[in-house]
Design a protein around this ligand. Structure first.
Ligand SMILES: Nc1ncnc2c1ncn2[C@@H]1O[C@H](COP(=O)(O)OP(=O)(O)OP(=O)(O)O)[C@@H](O)[C@H]1O
Ligand SMILES: [Mg+2]
Length: 332
């Protein structure tokens, strides 16, 4: 399916634990074709669960209790296991944070990349292995012809992550989901891997869903952003909207915690308090107890997802009604 419909649409996604319904609640966002979307928020806000739910890869015990996830015309929550397997590793590639937890230590990296092409495209092994070599070369692995026969432990962390990316793009995907793909790597390697992802995105017209804590990465890499707090999406915005006119006090507080280039490196602002653990979410706005703009009579009620302008949306009733303007932090 092509045209103007988004490549991926997530509508009202809700994830439950038996004792903790609404661990992730009513999450909606879209990823356009060829666009890069960042999923941001503090630790424990539900970014990984949301991104894993897209391919129905939730850990045992967690269930998708509601919502709709449509990828390129296929409803991923109602399709058959066979259809789902055809999507995973085919038109949707995945890169995880820890390459060693996803790579098989007993198989050469070439075989692991080739496997996706055997499975999804029915290629002969020799053809798939040649393609694996080209892919290793494409992701910047030197001596790809030799490296194709290496085992994962023979490679550095940065090279392993390049292998993961090669496997994720092996079947010419339309979407790559990357959950914190660089946090396990040192800073220079992080920049190289993100640069590689950005080049691939442009050259292959890929859409990317990037889970990250790093607002600098968001500013450099992404077109659009979804801000999550305690299992809710609190804001959806373009990158410029987020930085110049954020639509939620939580987004504004996150931006304030980033040092601005050019300003003296004083202490970062931290958001006082913590993300509430699952099961201890307050009624109404979940950010309310930490919010300097809290008005219990408004914020204690459920906050609808309101349109601010165009595709810019906020789950803060005070911002949506015009009663509150929160500050942005211009980039650069
Ligand atoms: N397997 C699980 N069983 C029970 N609770 C879980 C499980 N996985 C995650 N959770 C809980 O769900 C919430 C969201 O977790 P998630 O891993 O999606 O957060 P995250 O935003 O990705 O955080 P981080 O930035 O630390 O990766 C957290 O409260 C977490 O404790
Ligand atoms: Mg996570």
């Amino acid at each position: 399916m092509t045209g103007n419909s988004p490549l991926l649409s997530v509508e009202g996604l809700t994830i439950d634990l038996p004792a903790q319904p609404g661990l992730v609640q009513d999450v909606s966002f879209e990823v356009g074709r060829g666009r890069s979307l960042a999923l941001i928020g503090e630790s424990g806000c539900g970014k990984t669960l949301t991104s894993m739910a897209i391919l129905r890869l939730l850990p045992p015990g967690l269930t998708i209790a509601g919502g709709r996830i449509v990828f390129d015309g296929t409803d991923l929550l109602t399709c058959s296991p066979r259809e789902l397997r055809a999507v995973r590793g085919g038109p949707v590639g995945v890169v995880f944070q820890e390459p060693m937890s996803s790579l098989d230590p007993t198989m050469t990296v070439g075989d692991q990349i080739a496997e996706a092409r055997l499975l999804h495209l029915g290629e002969r092994r020799s053809v798939a292995l040649r393609r694996a070599e080209e892919l290793l070369d494409r992701v910047g692995i030197p001596n790809a012809a030799q490296r194709v026969r290496s085992y994962p432990h023979e490679l550095s962390g940065g090279m392993q992550q390049r292998v993961m990316i090669a496997a994720a793009i092996a079947c010419d995907p339309k979407l790559v989901i990357a959950d914190e793909p660089t946090t396990a790597l040192d800073v220079t390697i992080q920049a190289e891997i993100l640069g590689l992802l950005r080049d691939l995105q442009r050259d292959l017209d890929l859409a990317v869903l990037l889970v990250t804590h790093d607002l600098g990465v968001v500013a450099d890499f992404c077109d659009d952003v979804v801000v999550m707090y305690a299992g809710h999406v609190v804001e959806r915005a373009s990158i410029d909207e987020l930085f110049y006119s954020p639509g939620h006090p939580y987004s504004s507080a996150l931006l304030a915690s980033v040092p601005q280039s050019g300003s003296p490196r004083t202490r970062l602002a931290v958001i006082p308090g913590r993300v509430p653990p699952a099961g201890r979410f307050p009624a109404g706005c979940r950010f309310q107890p930490r919010c300097v703009h809290n008005r219990p009579e408004v914020c204690g009620r459920p906050q609808p997802d309101s349109v601010l302008a165009g595709a810019h949306r906020s789950r803060c009733g005070r911002v949506a009604s015009g009663a509150l303007t929160v500050e942005g932090v211009p980039r650069g």
